[in-house]
Design a protein. Structure first.
Length: 688
């Protein structure tokens, strides 16, 4: 069969360099089961690179038919081939591979032994425990470490004793791996882990503490408490974190001592104080409240943050001392106390209401924000008064807090705030009214006429949150003189998805501003009303390519068969971005009529269109596409061989700065699939 011949052609090209090999492997994995037989035959290829690539593809396809041939490859003369075979069997996870992989634990090559151990760890068959235990004596440290990790995955108590012996291994990395593995096994490992707390290497001691914290066995408390005086600060932190996880009250007294700022070098390290505060918060012991409140004055802000969060976790016993702290002369302590009270809830409401009159504006802001989190109706009247605070940021905090509580009594005062002299306060009031709902519709409609477009935009968005009652004013806002308001109204209508908005939005497809037309097409796509299909089809001929792209994507959301023929015509659009969007949309609609035109797009002059066509045909899954897809893969391979490939990563990084958001989105999607470090850096950093 020609199909088999084409697959064989792809396999033969596996030795043409890493870039080509990666693309061919992806193509073979997409082909799936039909590629298994030719790939198993390729396991006997004279070229070792082809044999390795074949194993990788079989491992990714995960077809049980590949298990037997891969088992035979564990005896291949080339060590890289044996490694690839073990890794592939680990991916497939078939129990038939366990015995052969156990034999590979005696392979003369250390990397083969390591790969076999990792594969056994993935399969998790208890039969592998004894052989893996024997491997703990392997002469190579990486092999010993791999054996420990595999045992940790299998989690068999039989591994505890040999792992205990490994805690005395001369290599610290092996000892650390043993400790982590014992932590996964659980309670049977507590005693050896407590002994590891005395290891000469500080990293092993830390690993032991972390493992004990994971197991959470009270038997470890005494030894962990002793470790609070360890000479190494990182060990002390690990001990505190472990005690915090175990939550044993016996640990409290010694943890409290760690919070006192004395001259001892151990206690002067802020990282140790942070760990102690976090541990006390987990234990939730009332005796820790006073020392934690003192830590609200710590010179290190991260210590103060940790103390505040710990007090919030402790709860009711911390309320009275925190209330007193609201009168502390240090305003930062007052803020921290207010935020800690917010975590506790209702018992803190009255003192927080008093703090709305604090002389320091930051304390008043913190009190308002905290009352908003607690959401107690008793706070509504005091927060309404704070809408008239002399500081605009306090007024914003009060408005936002009222928005969280959502009490109708706040509507009238918030309506007055729509006339606040500060535009940011007006926006906060507008957004809050949107959260309150129906009672706020009329005042928000008035805000659509505010002199500041930012306020009008916020009003439109707030009306969008309210829903159906807001449809009529929002449709009127589609005629606003400011294009940003018109866009905000469209987006809000898209959120509501009310059919009454469809007709006005269709009219907006003729707006003079292309940004508004694009917003209208996107909104119609969200509403998904069949009445929008014909107008959106007309928008496929809009003069602005971004509108055409938006129309294409909107039709993809509605998925009406009437759109298929017009979208097929868009495959010939002069702009490659439109062709890509049309290709992707046809892939989503999955109509068989699109198969032939998409096959033609495999030869498009633009590389991204060809990729999109390949993916679209993959979604439709029509057998007619198999032959052209194979030919396209082979042609691509030949192009790679005949000429050096363009650096696709650099090209995509440049596209991240394109003014068109659809181009940026596609570049982001493709870069996210690439493992190149440059792609990762570009996606993490600022883009535009």
């Amino acid at each position: 069969m020609k199909k088999k011949e084409d697959i064989k052609g792809l396999i033969k090209a596996l030795n043409k360099g890493p870039n080509v090999r990666r693309d061919i492997l992806n193509a073979l994995v997409k082909i799936g089961s039909p590629a298994v037989e030719p790939l198993t035959n390729a396991l006997k290829d004279e070229d070792w690179e082809v044999r390795i690539a074949a194993k990788e593809a079989l491992g990714r396809i995960r077809d049980p038919k590949a298990v037997e041939p891969l088992i035979k490859s564990l005896n291949d003369e080339n060590r890289d081939v044996r490694i690839a075979a073990a890794e592939a069997l680990g991916r497939i996870r078939d129990p038939k591979a366990v015995e052969p992989l156990i034999k590979s634990l005696k392979d003369k090559d250390r990397d083969v032994r390591r790969a076999a151990k990792e594969a056994l760890g993935r399969i998790r068959d208890p039969k592998a425990v004894e052989p893996l235990i024997k491997s703990l004596k392997d002469k190579d440290r990486d092999v010993r470490r791999a054996a420990k990790e595999a045992l940790g995955r299998i989690r068999d108590p039989k591994a505890v004793e040999p792992l205990i012996k490994s805690l005395k291994d001369k290599d610290r990395d092996v000892r650390r791996a043993a400790v982590e593995t014992l932590g996964r096994i659980g309670s049977p490992a507590v005693e050896p882990l407590t002994n590891a707390l005395k290891d000469e290497d500080w990293e092993v001691r830390i690993a032991a503490k972390e493992a004990l914290g994971r197991i959470r066995d009270p038997k470890a408390v005494e030894l962990l408490i002793k470790s609070l005086n360890d000479k190494d600060w990182e060990v002390r932190i690990a001990a505190k974190e472990a005690l915090g996880r175990i939550r044993d009250p016996k640990a409290v007294e010694l943890l409290i001592k760690s919070l006192k700022l004395i001259k001892s070098l151990n206690d002067e390290d802020p990282r140790v104080r942070i760990a102690a505060a976090e541990a006390l918060g987990r234990i939730r012991e009332p005796k820790a409240v006073e020392p934690l409140i003192k830590s609200l004055k710590d010179k290190d802000r991260d210590v103060r943050r940790a103390a505040k969060e710990a007090l919030g976790r402790i709860g009711s016993p911390a309320v009275e001392p925190l209330i007193k702290s609201l009168n502390d002369k240090d305003w930062e302590v007052r803020i921290a106390a207010a935020e800690a009270l917010g975590r506790i809830g209702s018992p803190a409401v009255e003192p927080l209401i008093k703090s709305l009159n604090d002389e320091n504006r930051d304390v008043r802001i913190a009190a308002a924000e905290t009352l908003g989190r607690i959401r107690d109706p008793k706070a509504v009247e005091p927060l309404i008064k704070s809408l008239n605070d002399k500081d605009w940021e306090v007024r914003i905090a009060a408005a936002e807090a009222l928005g969280r509580i959502r009490d109708p009594k706040a509507v009238e005062p918030l309506i007055k705030s729509l006339n606040d002299k500060d535009w940011e306060v007006r926006i906060a009031a507008t957004e809050t009214l949107g959260r309150i709902g129906s009672p706020a519709v009329e005042p928000l409609i008035k805000s659509l006429k505010d002199e500041d477009p930012r306020v009008r935009r916020a009003a439109a968005e707030a009306l969008g949150r309210i829903g159906s009652p807001a449809v009529e004013p929002l449709t009127n806002a589609l005629k606003d003189e400011d294009w940003e308001v018109r866009i905000a109204a469209k987006e809000a209508l898209g959120r509501i998805r009310d059919p009454k908005a469809v007709e006005p939005l269709i009219k907006s497809l003729k707006d003079e501003d292309p940004r508004v037309r694009r917003a209208a097409t996107e909104t119609l796509g969200r509403i998904r009303d069949p009445k929008a299909v014909e107008p959106l089809i007309k928008s496929l001929k809009d003069e602005d390519p971004r509108v055409r792209i938006a129309a294409t994507e909107a039709l993809g959301r509605i998925r009406d068969p009437k759109a298929v023929e017009p979208l097929i015509k868009s495959l010939k659009d002069e702009d490659p971005r439109v062709r890509i969007a049309a290709t992707e949309t046809l892939g989503r609609i999955r109509d068989p009529k699109a198969v032939e035109p998409l096959i033609k797009s495999l030869n498009d002059k633009d590389r991204d269109v060809r990729i999109a066509a390949t993916e679209a045909l993959g979604r439709i899954r029509d057998p007619k596409a198999v032959e052209p897809l194979i030919k396209s893969s082979i042609q691509k391979t030949e192009e790679y061989i005949s000429s050096p490939p363009v650096d696709r990563v650099e090209e995509l990084i440049r596209q991240l700065k394109n003014e068109d958001p659809s181009v940026r989105r596609r570049a982001e999607r493709e870069l996210s699939r690439i493992g190149d470090p440059r792609a990762i850096r570009a996606l993490r950093g600022p883009r535009w």
